[in-house]
Ligand binder design. Sequence first.
Ligand code: NAP
Length: 344
Amino acid sequence: MRKFNVAVVGATGAVGEELFRIMEEIDFPVAELLPLASAKSVGTSITFNDVDYPVYELTETIFEEHEVDIAFFSAGGSISAKFAKYAVEGGAVVIDNTSHFRMDPAIPLVVPEVNPEDIKMWKDTGIIANPNCSTIQMVQALKPLDDLYGIKRVDVSTYQATSGAGKAGMEELVNQMSDFFAFKLDDSKKEAFAHQIALNVIPQVDVAMESGFTKEEEKMIYETQKILHRDIAIAATCVRVPVLRSHSEAITVTFESDVDVDLDECRRVIHEFENVEVMDDLKNAIYPMPIISTDTDITYVGRLRKDIYSSNMIHFFNVADQIRVGAATNSIRIALKWIELENN
Ligand code: NAP
């Protein structure tokens, strides 16, 4: 089997580190590995399959110099905006984890279980966009339901982990908690989020938009429509919670008005969907929680119930490890599909 020269831009970050772990776990066909980060990380190294790889500074020419075939980008939107084109010019396919290219009509936005066929569009620009983490785990549950009954509307509230804001977000929660136990919480650093996150919830993820929604909420709306190729009505409320890892979502789905929902059928189609599992036994306190999904590649769905007043409406809860399913694992799944489509 052919092996590929792989660059990871953002190699020292939360998503970058997870990309290396997953590539090791699944024995991704790596020929040469090129970890890239900012100048401040030069001198550090990444251990991959027991070999230490030095971290290089991201530059315009590095992709061509190292003959990179696949470039994973996860160093923020402005870095992708500036450097993705050099990776493409150097001959690589770019799989981008940032929001920068997601809504560009020329660039495919892919969750491989949901819209793998869109990957073919990569040839137009050399870039494939990885959706927002909250969007990925939601569309994995919506797709089988949409195929079953036709979705008219989705209302979602999220409970998003601090690691969604990178390593700095995770560290800020841990530091604030230890400052709380040392009676120093008032003096604790509050930089990663708009407010203290320890012992609090913050109903804001990302910046405010003209619509009154936040950017994260708008991402969930417009990315879902692009991935499903459907103009479904969607409203999102995105909330940061003091959880280290794995996002949760409470989702209400309204189907076409003539639908009388069979809940067992909903359970069946979700459970049969690739990489999704139903975990739903309320009487025995069995349902998805962040501690269950963390460090896994599965999206868990539970608390399924039919609305008391409308026969065409259901409610459920889902969780997924947003650094894996919502970022690194999805990128690797895109890369594997790309290899399958383009190299066989
Ligand atoms: P992070 O932990 O803060 O890591 C950021 C990475 O970007 C580090 O490797 C950093 O390198 C690198 N970087 C920063 N400035 C750079 C520069 N000028 N040149 C080259 N590299 C630079 O962030 P993260 O959580 O991994 O997120 C990275 C991206 O993935 C973001 O766009 C984020 O929105 C997206 N994403 C994150 C998640 C999540 O759950 N965390 C989920 C989906 C998507 P240094 O260490 O050298 O500074």
